[in-house]
Design a protein around this ligand. Structure first.
Ligand code: A2P
Length: 347
């Protein structure tokens, strides 16, 4: 696939990430010749606002849209790039149909991320890995993307020895319906009504849930496992020591992470050097001033594209350590934006 004006399908176009994919393509002027919005039969016929190249209606008229079609195996005829965000089982079900149509699948689900013939790509970190694809390129987990963008910048200074990270993940990471559940439960809580709990294992309003995805035999969760194995794959560091704790918090949008990095001991890294490396890194914005109480916060960064870092300080518990805090809009850099950036690499 190296067409200047590809036909792009968005599978899961009505979902939290799918809608953001349309918005990101529109904002970046992604040069599609046609955009097809695909979802379940429930959404067929719905019109989604889309003002970018490849829209239905007159481009630039202010009335652009794409009309949702029910996704079937024949939806991919003539498609060059298929951006998938409809869940892992849907990606597995349609992989063959996409490849048979000669399209490249950029998959936001976890279905193929760890397959040895599937590149797992963050364009600021390992863009060259795209070259080895066999028709499928995987978009990493949202929390992984945010983490590797900063780890990659720091690893340019001195190799990393160990990373400890706790996440504070927004409700929208579990989809549009989960975001709705946070709104509904918040209202129910304030009005003293019984809470409707469907999308999370427990109440999410006014609570934190230290479980994302299912539990594994070793007591960790699958989200924590994904962050470990995906980070190693993207950084090409199969032995990097990582310890993760993933927590769902009652935030609508933007994941936060508390990160402790230990560098190789013999090469000391100062906070100033780390800050300079982060300031120079593509896709990273440093927001860090204790005097003015400046640091990144999820409630204030929705709709942004960078990975923000702040609270930079030495970690005195190890010989050569750095502690910091990061926030990124996981629907954008953690999902839709990263997928569209991968599509841009294919042009
Ligand atoms: P629909 O809105 O028609 O149900 P989210 O991650 O926000 O929950 O969104 C999931 C997306 O995946 C939605 O666009 C949803 O469409 C779509 N989807 C879910 N199951 C299927 C399916 N079997 N075939 C096609 N699209 C699906």
């Amino acid at each position: 696939m190296s067409k200047a004006n590809p036909v792009v399908a968005i599978a899961g176009a009505t979902g939290a990430v799918g809608r953001e994919m349309l918005l990101v393509m529109e904002q970046r002027g992604f040069p599609a010749s046609q955009v097809k919005a695909l979802a379940s039969g429930r959404s067929a016929g719905r019109r989604l606002t889309y003002e970018g190249p490849g829209a239905s209606g007159i481009y630039g008229s202010g009335e652009g849209y794409v009309e949702v079609e029910e996704m079937t195996r024949s939806s991919f005829a003539g498609v060059d790039i298929a951006l998938f965000s409809a869940g892992a089982s849907v990606s597995r079900e349609y992989r063959e149909a996409v490849l048979d149509a000669g399209a490249v699948m950029i998959d936001n689900s976890s279905a193929f991320r760890m397959d040895s013939d599937v590149p797992l790509v963050v364009p600021e970190v390992n863009p060259d890995d795209v070259a080895g694809h066999n028709g499928v390129i995987a978009n990493p987990n949202c929390s992984t993307i945010q983490l590797v963008v900063v780890l990659n910048a720091l690893a340019q200074l001195v190799p990393l020895r160990r990373v400890v990270c706790s996440t504070y993940q927004a409700a929208s990471g579990a989809g549009a319906a989960a975001m709705e559940e946070l709104y509904t439960q918040t209202r129910q809580f304030l009005e003293g009504e019984p809470l409707t709990i469907e999308r999370f294992a427990h109440q999410i309003a006014f609570n934190c849930i230290p479980q994302i995805d299912v539990f594994l035999d070793d007591g960790s969760t699958k989200e924590e496992w994904k962050m470990v194995v995906e980070t190693r794959k993207i950084l090409h560091e199969p032995a990097l020591a990582l310890a993760m704790t993933c927590v769902r918090v009652p935030v609508l949008r933007c994941h936060a992470e508390s990160i402790n990095v230990e560098f190789e001991a013999q090469l000391p890294v100062s906070v100033a050097e780390a800050r300079a490396a982060l300031e120079a890194a593509p896709g990273v914005a440093v927001m860090d001033d204790p005097l003015t109480l400046e640091y990144p916060m999820p409630g204030l960064l929705a709709g942004t594209d960078d990975v923000y870092v702040g609270r930079l300080r030495a970690d005195p518990s190890v010989q050569n350590g750095l502690a910091f805090w990061s926030v990124a809009d996981q629907l954008r850099k953690g999902a839709a934006l990263n997928a569209v950036q991968i599509a841009e690499l294919l042009l």
